[in-house]
Design a binder for this molecule. Structure first.
Ligand code: AVJ
Length: 306
C-alpha cells in the first residue's frame, strides 16, 4: 500500500490514489448506499438481468466452482449459487475482495445459508492476486457490478489472460459492464443529489489517514466527477478548496497541493460490445453471450475460455 500510494501521489501532472482504498468498513457501507440511490441505475439494472443470465451460464458451463472477484457486500453471489444449486452442479465457492470486513460478512452469511458449501475467502487485489485462486475443472468466475470499470483499458488484456489461466476449456467469466450512454445520465449517477458519492469519494482520504498516518482534512476537498468522452470513462477527483500541505508518513510522502489542485481517485470505464471485443481478442477468452436491458444502460457479457 505504501508503495502504491507513494507512486500515485508522486504522479504529475495529476496525483492519484488507487480506488481500491475506498473500501474500509465505512467506504463499503457508503458504496452500499450508492447502489440504492435513484441516480445510480447500475446495480438495479444488473440485478434485473442477472437471474436469467446466471441460469443460462450455469446450463452452458455446468460449473462446480464459483469464483467471485470484488465480491463486496452485495447479494449477487447468492443468485449465482442458487442457479448452480438448482442445476445440481454446486460444490465450492471462492470470494476474493480487498475488504476483509465485507468478506467476513459474506462468509458468515454463506455459512448459515449453505452449510454444505466449501467456501474460501481471499483478501486480495484481482489485478495481482488471481494466482492465489486454486485450480478447478469446471468453473464460473463472476466479475459483476461494473467493477471492471476500475481497470485501465491498457491493463485489461493482461487481466483477461490471468482470468483465462484459472479456467479450464469451457469455463467462463460473467462480466457486468456499464455501457456508453449520454453524458447527463452518466454524470448524474456519479453526482447524486444526496451527496453520498461525494462522501464516498472523500472517504479514501480517511482511509489513507488511518492506515498511513496521513494528515488529509477531508473537509478541505470537494468532490468532482465528470465523463471523459474520448476515453469513455467517468473520472472522479478530489479538488483542494485551499492550498494544503499533506504529510503521509507511512508512505514517506509530502504533498503540496495548490488551491484547486486535484487528486484523481477513480476511473470507471464505460463499454460498447466492439470496445470489449477489441480488448478480449487474443487473451484466451471470447465473448459467448451479451445481454443488455432494453434501454441499453448495462450489459452482462459471458466470456468463455476458448
Ligand atoms: C464499484 C467500481 C462499480 O465505478 O460505479 C460508485 C464505484 N464510484 N460511485 C462505479 C463508484 C462512484 C463503482 N464500482
Amino acid at each position: 500500500m505504501a508503495a502504491e500510494v507513494r507512486a500515485g501521489l508522486g504522479a504529475r501532472p495529476l496525483p492519484s490514489l488507487p480506488s481500491k482504498y475506498f473500501y474500509d468498513e465505512r467506504g463499503s457501507a457508503l458504496f452500499d448506499a450508492i447502489t440504492r440511490l435513484p441516480e445510480y441505475y447500475l446495480t438495479r439494472t444488473e440485478e434485473a438481468l442477472l437471474p436469467r443470465v446466471a441460469r443460462d451460464a450455469v446450463r452452458r458451463v455446468r460449473p462446480h466452482d464459483l469464483v467471485e472477484l470484488g465480491s463486496g457486500v452485495g447479494g449477487k453471489v447468492r443468485t449465482l449459487l442458487r442457479a448452480m444449486a438448482e442445476e445440481g452442479t454446486l460444490e465450492s465457492c471462492t470470494l476474493l475482495d480487498v475488504s476483509a470486513t465485507s468478506l467476513a460478512g459474506s462468509l458468515r452469511q454463506l455459512a448459515s445459508e449453505r452449510p454444505s458449501l466449501r467456501v474460501e475467502a481471499i483478501v486480495g487485489d484481482f489485478l495481482t492476486d488471481l494466482r492465489a485462486v486454486g485450480p478447478a475443472a469446471s468453473r464460473l468466475i463472476a466479475f459483476l457490478g461494473s467493477t471492471i470499470g476500475n481497470i485501465h483499458p491498457q491493463d485489461l488484456p493482461a487481466f483477461f489472460r490471468s482470468a483465462a489461466a484459472i479456467l479450464e476449456r469451457g469455463g467462463a467469466m460473467l462480466v457486468g459492464l456499464d455501457l456508453v450512454k449520454d453524458r447527463a445520465r452518466l454524470e448524474a449517477a456519479y453526482n447524486d443529489a444526496a451527496g453520498v458519492t461525494a462522501e464516498f469519494n472523500r472517504n479514501i482520504l480517511r482511509v489513507i489517514n488511518a492506515r498511513l498516518g496521513a494528515s488529509f482534512d477531508p473537509d478541505d476537498f470537494e468532490h468532482v466527477a465528470f465523463y471523459d468522452e474520448e476515453r469513455a470513462w467517468i473520472e472522479m477527483r478530489l479538488r483542494a478548496r485551499r492550498a494544503c500541505q499533506v504529510h503521509v508518513p507511512g508512505a514517506g510522502v509530502e504533498l503540496a497541493l495548490p488551491a484547486a489542485g486535484e487528486i484523481r481517485t477513480e476511473i470507471s470505464c464505460k463499454y460498447t460490445r466492439p470496445a470489449l471485443e477489441g480488448l478480449v481478442a487474443g487473451t484466451g477468452l471470447e465473448i459467448a453471450d451479451w445481454r443488455a436491458d432494453t434501454e441499453e444502460l448495462f450489459a452482462l457479457a459471458r466470456l468463455e475460455r476458448a
